[in-house]
Write a protein that binds this ligand. Sequence first.
Ligand SMILES: [Zn+2]
Length: 360
Amino acid sequence: MNQNTKQIINLTKKLIRFESTHDNFRTRKKIIEFVYQEFAECDVYVREIIYKNVPSLIITLQKTKNPKLFLNGHLDVVPAEKNDFCPGIIGHKLCGRGSGDMKTACAVMIEIMKYFSKVKEKPNIGLILTTDEEVGGENGIGYLLKKAGYSSNCAIIPDGGTGLDTVVMAEKGIMHIRVWARGISAHGSRPFLGDNAVEKLMKIYFQIKKEIPDIKKNQWKNSLNIGKISGGGAINKVPDYAEMFLDIRLANEKERKIVLQKIKKITDNFEVLVNGFYFEQDMKNKYIQDYKKTAEKEMGKKIKFIRETGASDARFFCEKNIPVILTKIDSGNIHGQDEWVDISQIEKFYNILKKFIISL
Ligand SMILES: [Zn+2]
């Protein structure tokens, strides 16, 4: 392991120790300030922006909001047990919450920025780090790209795909909805006097499910998950209210309207909580092709273009027609216990980034 990789691992370990979850604003602010300090000695432009309780950091090598390339990552993580925030190394794996998603990749990008801040002719690149990807990204990268005037010709987000040998060409759209049903309460011994809201809601659910049936692992179709349901207060009472939260993933952007119409036919009692843009891009794009060539040379194998069911901040770039190189350092158990990243891939990713940036 070279000195550079050791430094990246050390930085990653420090980042993992921050419990930068959604409900922990102060820690998310602290991790952004920590990275700010990392650049204290560097000749770069750094800005911290807090929008709706979401701290973000923008580092550029030239004084611009529109560099050629933006590297982009998020420093927030999903909740975990206390000891998941204590990083550890087992064999070739660095473990801990955020190791795979995506503090190691952020550490690589921070070191890349430091490296290029010291070269004679600085490339026109930047790094954006946000802290709300896990809750939709709207006030982090969403705000910066849509309202704050930031953009670039191309972006790299190491937060998608299955490894460094993959680049994502499409991600499903998101629609999160809340559906509710009202009834009439009565004593549990006299259900004939009431109108059971839970029963009504269950019927609605199965009607929706008929429209969005279960799919198999590799089927590119709409999917439905009932993530949360509640209703009723006591076993001997007919409930007068019930609600459920549905996570619908869309196979393409047209499906959004179609699915909405289908649900409207079933019930009026629903609201859309989150709309996430469907992401698909033209992989013949010059930046993506150049990256592919660079990565293939470094990896010594073919890069595959894949489609992914999950969503990421890439969709905000896609909405602005900015090509995104969405890839990932090999990792596993993302969002689960014993999350890990393959440290043997760190150097490869660093080298790919370095060579790609030089070729820009
Ligand atoms: Zn992520």
